[in-house]
Design a protein around this ligand. Structure first.
Ligand code: GLA
Length: 388
């Protein structure tokens, strides 16, 4: 979708005239390692992608917010108010959640016409929701001259998801799409929000994303269930050592404290989070030394822990990962994002990419009856205004 098409589309959909149309873009993200660690105060290592969500927006004189998208039929016309209600499970809850959070912070929202257009595969675990939240937050911040810092916009995006949409997500996705930098991954401590931009130089390898195309039905409720299980683990472990977040422990601590966890499922959930946090720390260190083989091994270990201890994979993700690992030149493969469907990310030698796409695509189809899609990841910049 080019800017000209988006502009024409907005003018055709809405008859109202208003201020000059402005354009914004926010990317999706892929997480390289550090999964389900963010809401436990741990490390993550995501990067922004080159595909994402475009927004054409203008101010109007009527006291209404019109929202539509080229991706779905549902459109909304919402009277400006002092508070907002969630609209079923519709996509508008993401931008509306941002409007609601800004309103709570005292921002006077004017009449608006907003047209979104995304090229992130929907519900694929590549953060189409954080992308639409951040494109909204960044656009309104600029358009209304609010002067909110980028980190606070990231927090507003997460608050929209937590309080309005109702998913108790951590901060990784909004941070990655808000703060991403071309050809870098973000090594983020989700407790302190200290971060480092690490150059991704893969010397003959590429990151290949594979989409299971599995509909992610109960993903949000299962996600919230995992968040609650981690809180239970914190309570139980605190009988041995007072902690507030699982990532305050490393695997040595866990091994000596795990007998305080009386429930086997909760024990496995905690083991995943704590081992994943240790792995992420190591992964960034080895990547900096150029040890891609070890980085790939840690990606593999991450997936296995998400499959066996955290139980967020499922037949589709496990099949893509298992089939990918059979291809010579694939040195690491894991699920990325929340899980329960969505995508995998693999580290693949350039000359093996075509073979991987062909052979994994075929075996995945014959095992699951679903057609996978593959994308060679390009690491892009975070949310921004598009200058025309
Ligand atoms: C989703 C959430 C993130 C994070 C990941 C799992 O993408 O939005 O906050 O918890 O799952 O790592």
């Amino acid at each position: 979708m080019t800017i000209e098409i988006l502009k024409k589309e907005l003018e055709e959909r809405y008859s109202a005239s208003g201020s000059q149309i402005q354009f914004y873009f926010s990317p999706g993200r892929v997480n390289l390692i550090g999964e389900h660690t963010d809401y436990n105060g741990g490390y993550v290592f995501p990067c922004a992608l080159s595909f994402g969500t475009y927004l054409a927006v203008r101010q109007i004189d009527e006291p209404l917010i019109r929202m539509s998208t080229t991706n779905f039929d549902f459109q909304a016309e919402i009277p400006i108010g002092s508070s907002y209600e969630k609209i079923g499970d519709e996509w508008v809850n993401y931008p509306l959640g941002v409007v609601s959070e800004l309103t709570k912070r005292g921002v006077k929202i004017p009449g608006l016409e907003m047209l979104f257009s995304g090229n992130i595969p929907n519900k694929s675990g590549l953060s189409s929701s954080a992308s639409i939240e951040l494109v909204t937050a960044v656009a309104l911040n600029e358009l209304l001259g609010l002067g909110i810092s980028r980190i606070d916009l990231v927090k507003i995006g997460r608050a929209a998801e937590n309080h309005f949409v109702g998913v108790n997500c951590g901060i990784m996705d909004q941070f990655a799409v808000g703060m991403g930098k071309k050809d870098h991954a973000i090594y983020l401590n989700c407790d302190t929000l200290d971060y480092e931009l690490v150059p991704i130089k893969l010397e003959g390898y590429k990151l290949v994303i594979a989409n299971t195309n599995k509909p992610r039905g109960l993903a949000d409720s299962k996600y919230n269930e995992r968040v609650a299980e981690c809180q239970t683990a914190v309570k139980m472990l605190s009988d041995g050592k007072k902690i507030t977040l699982l990532a305050q422990l490393n695997m040595n601590d866990f091994n000596s404290l795990q007998h305080h966890i009386t429930d086997e499922v909760i024990k496995r959930r905690a083991r995943h989070v704590i081992s994943e946090n240790d792995r992420t720390f190591e992964a960034v260190a080895v990547l900096k030394t150029g040890d891609l083989l070890r980085f790939g091994q840690l990606m593999n270990d991450s997936h296995d822990s998400l499959r066996d201890d955290y139980e967020v994979t499922g037949i589709e993700l496990d099949t893509l990962v298992a089939e990918s690992r059979k291809i010579p030149g694939v040195i690491g493969s894991r699920m990325t994002g929340a899980g329960f469907g969505g995508c995998t990310v693999s580290l693949v030698k350039e000359e093996s990419i075509d073979r991987m796409i062909r052979e994994v695509g075929e075996s995945y189809l014959s095992i699951t009856n679903l057609k996978a899609e593959f994308y060679v990841a390009e690491i892009g910049n975070g949310a921004q205004k598009i200058m025309c």
